[in-house]
Ligand binder design. Structure first.
Ligand SMILES: Nc1nc2c(ncn2[C@@H]2O[C@H](COP(=O)(O)OP(=O)(O)OP(=O)(O)O)[C@@H](O)[C@H]2O)c(=O)[nH]1
Ligand SMILES: [Mg+2]
Length: 251
């Protein structure tokens, strides 16, 4: 299940990851869970807009975009069994679920959680959480983005792979920061203390969790098709699958 902040690249990653699986000869299907999306760069095997469209809800109930999305997700409740059945009838074994952009609705609203629980198998689900690469600029800011990732994991309650999207747009120093986080996270504490700002102790505590839990970040670029096999491999690991698929793509 691919989630992340608005515009972080969920839909592009759903396309790129599917194309990559296809190139590996691995069966999969794609599910669009966003009732508000207007255009999708892949052909979804299951599309919630066939059941509820936020655009129609907006017109019928004279709502704004966020109100319509709220109502659309609530209305999806009535179709959970049909959607679950359509997913189980679509090609497998992997299912890539592209989720709505408004993270606060998707991850924190009770009705969204009920929709998710109704359509995915809790034992075989991994969340890929996308942190938008364009948000990343300082070690303290990275701590705040990691706090968001932790918050989403706490809320959704699934194993989670945390990725930095749009890696092709990252400044070399920011890529270095991500590498540091993965390889020697303690060094970020030192970098962070060099910054100005009143709440560094918060950032320090977040990094302590990151260090203790061994949380890492996978840089991924859907446009350059880089990092896809790593995202997939980490998702396999998060599910406890020992052997990933053989890959023949040079990254
Ligand atoms: N440079 C770059 N841009 C990207 C990448 N992935 C997505 N984008 C761009 O980011 C914008 C948003 O991408 P989407 O895939 O629609 O993001 P989303 O998270 O699905 O957006 P919402 O569902 O509306 O929240 C588009 O302009 C994409 O072209 C990437 O890997 N590199
Ligand atoms: Mg999208």
């Amino acid at each position: 299940m691919i989630t992340g902040t608005a515009g972080s690249g969920k839909t592009r990653l759903t396309k790129a990851l599917g194309d990559w699986l296809e190139s590996q000869g691995v069966g999969f299907s794609r599910v669009n869970l966003d009732p508000a999306v207007e255009w999708i760069p892949y052909h979804p095997d299951v599309d919630v807009r066939d059941y509820v469209s936020a655009r129609r809800v907006m017109q019928e109930h004279q709502l704004g975009p966020n109100g319509a999305l709220l109502a659309a997700i609530d209305l999806l409740h009535n179709h959970v069994d049909e959607i679950a059945e359509a997913i189980s009838g679509s090609p497998g074994p992997y299912v890539l679920v592209d989720t709505p952009g408004q993270l606060e609705l998707f991850a924190y609203r009770r009705s969204s959680l009920e929709v998710i629980r109704g359509i995915v198998n809790p034992y075989t689900t991994v969340v890929v959480f996308l942190i938008d690469g364009v948000f990343l600029n300082t070690p303290t800011n990275l701590a705040s983005l990691l706090a968001l990732a932790l918050s989403v994991q706490l809320r959704l309650g699934y194993p989670q792979v945390n990725a930095i999207s749009k890696a092709d747009l990252l400044e070399p120093e920011m890529l270095e920061l991500v590498e540091k986080l993965n390889e020697e996270p303690e060094s970020l504490l030192e970098l962070m203390w060099r910054e100005e700002g009143p709440y560094k102790t918060y950032a320090e505590k977040i990094y302590r969790i990151v260090v203790e839990e061994g949380i890492s970040l996978v840089p991924v670029s859907s446009i350059r098709e880089e990092g896809l096999s790593t995202v997939f491999g980490e998702a396999q690991k998060a599910l406890g699958v020992e052997e990933g698929i053989e890959t023949n793509i040079e990254e």
